[in-house]
Write a protein that binds this ligand. Structure first.
Ligand code: HEC
Length: 178
């Protein structure tokens, strides 16, 4: 994302169209990325626009090359995981609800657990609802695919180990609303 999260465009100071592309959490919160669905993701669509007026990054910047676009397509198809090529950097020290927990819930869970859709009687719309489900151990049971719980995300890939560890840390911290 080094072509995007630069001063003057999608860093927090400028945030064109409200889109911030400096790290995983900001991308998940602002860029409308849909796990498993590149064509439905604004982030992907806008990089593959043929009309230069609509394309990102805009002229005079070069469009992303086919290899870069294919890599982002693959990342979306694999479920938009917070990983990197070495998969070695997993921040488990400073976990916050706003940066690590809620973006994952928003992108992978809310479709089935908000508003009138309360699958399994579980609502995950805001911090207090999520903390309540976490306190009952159903949240970890579901995302860790433990015996006796329905495996979540339903019909989807299991969240990656880093994200699961971050959920565990946030819960052992007492599910703070930070
Ligand atoms: C495609 C729809 C769908 C998605 C996406 C989804 N869920 Fe669910 N969820 C369900 C359904 C349906 C149930 C009830 C399943 C059952 O009772 O067997 C359920 C049940 C649960 C339960 C209760 C589990 C238990 O055994 O008590 C929890 C907790 C949960 N979901 C959390 C999540 C989380 C966290 C995510 C995102 C990582 C998620 N869900 C994504 C449909 C979904």
């Amino acid at each position: 994302m080094s072509s995007c999260g630069v001063a003057g465009c999608h860093n927090p100071g400028t945030a064109e169209d409200g889109v911030i592309l400096i790290d995983y959490a900001s991308i998940m919160q602002t860029a409308d990325v849909r796990p498993g669905n590149p064509e439905g993701s604004d982030l992907y669509e806008i990089m593959t626009e043929s009309d230069p007026d609509d394309r990102m990054p805009p002229p005079p910047n070069q469009p992303l090359n086919a290899e870069q676009i294919a890599r982002i397509e693959r990342w979306i198809l694999q479920g938009v995981l917070d990983n990197n090529c070495e998969n070695s950097q997993c921040d488990t020290l400073n976990i916050t609800f706003g940066a690590h927990i809620f973006p994952v819930i928003q992108n992978t869970c809310l479709g089935c657990h908000s508003g009138s859709v309360q699958s399994g009687g579980v609502q995950l719309t805001d911090h207090s609802q999520i903390a309540e489900v976490a306190a009952s151990s159903r949240l970890l049971g579901a995302i860790k695919h433990l015996n006796g719980y329905s495996a979540m995300s339903q019909n989807g890939a299991q969240l990656n180990q880093c994200i699961i560890t971050q959920f565990e840390k946030w819960i052992s911290d007492g599910t703070p609303n930070n």
